[in-house]
Design a binder for this molecule. Structure first.
Ligand SMILES: [Zn+2]
Length: 177
């Protein structure tokens, strides 16, 4: 857990240099993944949505304690379901300088690596060509299907189709700049 937090805070420090020079509040939106009817990955004793929320709350406390020129906002601070688009809308409405979506991964107990796996992974916006990145994005975005009107909201984006991600990546370049 500590390694996850250390990695995230380190990245924040790197990205915060330019906006602070402009003497404006740096807005950080923390997004605890999943929530409510969407539990995320399931463990023996807990589930992903609870871990994500607790890590997010802890990260918020650390940032507010250690960085007095940042404003920290959360997409959720309780156990409730928020559609993916609403999370992005919230960050855009608040003019977020950085959006951090926190997730916890799982591995099947049948996998031989089950007892050895640990550590943290950090993904930045943009899908590179690696199959791992793509499969993580596809798995996480399956949550769209829990929304009754997902094909309207996401304008035909199909979370299980590779072609959708190719089109999506092209659209993303505009926002990444
Ligand atoms: Zn997740």
């Amino acid at each position: 857990m500590h390694r996850v937090l250390n990695t995230i805070v380190y990245i924040l420090l790197l990205l915060s240099i330019a906006p602070i020079a402009e003497a404006k509040d740096f807005v950080i939106v923390i997004d605890p993944g999943h929530g409510g009817k969407d539990a995320g990955a399931l463990g023996m004793r807990t589930n992903e949505k609870s871990i994500n929320l607790n890590v997010a709350l802890k990260l918020k406390r650390m940032l507010e304690r250690d960085m007095d020129d940042v404003k920290v906002l959360m997409t959720r601070d309780s156990d409730r379901f928020i559609p993916l688009q609403k999370r992005a809308d919230f960050a855009n409405r608040k003019h977020a300088d950085i959006f951090i979506s926190i997730h916890a991964n799982s591995i099947s107990s049948k996998s031989p690596a089950h007892r050895r796996i640990n550590g943290a992974a950090v993904y930045t916006l943009g899908l590179d060509r690696s199959d791992t990145n793509l499969s993580v994005a596809m798995r996480e975005n399956e949550v769209m299907k829990l929304e009754s009107d997902y094909s309207t909201t996401y304008e035909g984006f199909d979370p299980s189709s590779t072609e959708s991600y190719i089109a999506f990546e092209m659209m993303q370049h505009k926002n990444m700049d």
